[in-house]
Design a protein around this ligand. Sequence first.
Ligand code: COA
Length: 330
Amino acid sequence: MYASFKSIGAYIPEKVLTNEELEKMVDTSDEWIIKRTGIKERHIADDSELTSDMGVKAGELAIKRAGLQKSDIDAVICATISPDHFCMPSTANLISHKLGLNPVTSFDISAACTGFIYALNIAKSFVESGSFKNVLIVGAEKLSSIVDYTDRTTCILFGDGAGAAVIGATDKKEDAVIDVHTGADGSYSDYLITPGGGSAEPCSLETIENRRHYMKMQGNATFKVAVKTLTKDVIDILGKNEIDPKDIKHFIPHQANYRIIKAVGDALKLDSEQVVLTVHKYGNTSSASIPMAMNDLYESGKLKNGELMLLDAFGGGLTWGSALIPFAGK
Ligand code: COA
């Protein structure tokens, strides 16, 4: 049995936070943000909208577009760093319940911006081993709940949203996910970190006063490792599978920074039509960024059955991953 990428769905919250609005909140400028990141605006969930609610909306679309009933889904994996609740219950449990899927296996994974590719790798293994037939994978983030809107080095980068896909069993080799690579290096763990709230720094008045529950990033150092690692990762996966970059129909990278995407695209000598870009309108939505970008492509009518996609992500941990997938949806 093979695992195929059957469908894609996403949910983008309505509210938009523009660079001009951020100029009124911190010492920054529209010009600086666009020049250094390519981001013009990002979407922000409203107060009552939880990570699981966005995951449910993306998941419903993905199930429908896969031509399945909710009862066909037998596992849910949610990749998130902004869960509804820290520790428990998992956001996947809540998504599963809100979708009316109970009782199915459901759990969260923590691999930051690489989360969707990690979830894909796990789902692929579940399907190939025969454990499950249809796995719903979700990347959902309410990053606005862990972003410090007094810190100009991070608050300009992130947005909210969700994306989802169904990874299902098939006997057609041409529909099969070709390969998924994932990796991590904990020696860079302080490059991107939410220091407070865990066992290292349990919640206290001091952690709150020192804003330790917000995301902290060593931006420039992360940037350098990101370009190097992402470039090596895509070259490796293409080489291993003997695929020429020109045969990639859609390169769908994690949308963190336009300059990182451009550097990797240039290293592969990709044309601009091959590179999917949404960073300008959604910012960095961590685990949701790749499926949101893929959904944009799908809804614009540009993603067709059988077309070869190359995914590539990098994030806190540090983690990274890439995937080669023919789109098996309709
Ligand atoms: N507005 C204006 N100036 C800002 C700013 C902002 N929002 N944020 C930082 N600056 C300033 C810095 O204070 C610094 O000033 P200084 O030279 O006086 O010290 C200057 O701009 C340059 O900062 P630097 O951090 O070196 O900029 P950069 O070119 O590296 O861009 C990032 C910053 C965050 C956009 C970039 O490093 C980045 O995208 N990093 C990687 C993000 C990523 O991939 N994360 C992993 C996946 S989530």
